[in-house]
Design a protein around this ligand. Sequence first.
Ligand code: ADP
Length: 631
Amino acid sequence: MSATETHAFQTEVNQLLKLMIHALYSNKEIFVRELVSNASDALDKLRFEAVSNDALTEGEEELAIQLEFNKEARTITITDNGIGMTRDEVIANIGTIANSGTKKFLESMTGDQAKDSHLIGQFGVGFYSSFIVADEVELTTRKAGESASEGTKWISKGEGEFTLETVEKAQKGTVITLHLKEEMDEFLDENRLKTIVTTYSDHINFPIKMEKTEWDEEAKESKATGELEQVNKATAIWTQPKSELSDEDYNNFYQTISHDFNEPLAHMHNKVEGTLEYTSLLYLPKNAPFDLYDRERRYGLKLYVKRVFIMDDAEHLMPTYLRFVRGVIDSADLPLNVSREILQSNKVVDKIRAASVKRVLDQLAKFAKAEDQTEYNTFWDQFGQVMKEGVVEDFANKDKIAKLLRFASTYEEASSEQRTSLESYVDRMQEGQEAIYFIVADTHAAAKGSPHLEMFRKKGIEVLLLSDRIDEWLVSHLTEFEGKQLKSITSADLKEFEDEADKEISDDEKQAREALTEKVKKVIEDKVSDVRITHRLTDSPACVVSAEGDMSAHMARMMEQMGQAIPKQNPVLELNPDHALVKKLEGIEDDAKLTEWSLFLLEQAQLAEGDQLEEPAAFIKRMNALLSEAM
Ligand code: ADP
């Protein structure tokens, strides 16, 4: 027998544990649900492996979970005869946080306990919830198929370290013993535990057993009989008729499979019979997990074949942009030995997936159309950015997804919240307005403050204010909605306004303007691709736009940030002929002076656009010189 080894937790685990204990204190009974859920997963995995290797069952017939308590020792024990873990698996699964994004996320915490404990809602709860009620946890496990001498005992007080020891363990699977904290005696009670099990874990796939007790009239207390009884229904929830299930049943099952302690936003339960036979139970979560954008994160639904668990995170059952959907698919048409590779190109899977996507999108459309927008707003704020990926990813459903999109807009100027749909924009369009106008900027404030909006404000034309990272990409794929073109107000081409403005001025004026733009262009030729009179500005002297065919300045900045080499694009400088500073240019004859003024207008327009100046110091020097001159 090996000696006991001591290991330190990853620092992140310590931090997470503290947070969890604080955040979940008023919900402490969920540790039962979490441990039962892990045990149930372990039984699922064993049953699956045993399909191809029946030696793994080690002669045991019934797969079950046992829950016991001991008043004298003040312990609660949860036992399963599932797949178990090897020593290495114990180290990898318990004591480390597998996810690479966790560290970064924890670094973002404020140190303010109350605030941070909200963040915990973005994590899965899991095994560590045992430390809410226990000051010491003992886990003994042995992998199915290994010899009895290969057991591993893990002990921890949840304070920075754990010990490991190799031990004998006759039965495969895992036993977890919680040594309860002083104030947790309430859990040393048969009825309390039974109620917790039936509340949270009634519909898991396996029986949960507790020892039967009998009332001893003489001793005036209940006595253990040594006999086990099943306390939950142990019928997979998705196999039950909807009419027999309550919202609570659905919510509890969601929390069991997701380890999310928030309730879901919605569930969708469907049984399909006919050429294909399957059941799906899908959930929309209320909160985005912290690692929603982590590329390494696995996602997907749980796949069962005729009630036998096949795999977690079956990513082929959901497209990437719906990676937040949780739930179960149970198919009668797939073979039990189905692998991820087979799922990748399988007609049955394709059909199930298409139908599941439709269900999710229909449910979202229902929320989106509802009188009360609370649900949809919650959803959009959490998952809106991911839904935008769908426009590009899911071509077949592009139109449906476009209707679900929400944007900030000049219509609701004061708010940065994304609440405007394309449909409502179109409804509000002015007579004769052909396009849906938008601006993309790095931040909402930059979008809202852009000089490009001046003319649109004056004319009362609504503009969508886009500032999510993905927006530039989105609008390059979503070029049209219900026959209306989506058009950037910073694009070179806004002909519809030019013609109108041109009508109002005299030929003399036109000539004077042409002379001015020529003159300015000549002195800053190497910095601009063109100089024009603008129709966009009312208050600002100048703005820059991308030359036709060039990518937008915002897109170029984003690509540069991603390390892409972008060929230098010179912008078009547009001048506002009614502005005093521009009028002043007309009178300047000296080329050197004209150059200074022209550069000054160009650079301030670039700054307003959020561009980095090539020579910020030169800009300031120039500005100060011009200011002193004017004094
Ligand atoms: P999660 O269940 O969300 O992955 P946990 O912290 O609850 O997170 O568990 C971490 C991992 O430890 C599980 O994914 C599983 O691999 C392993 N594990 C936990 N409990 C058991 C158990 N009873 N039997 C086998 N493996 C387990």
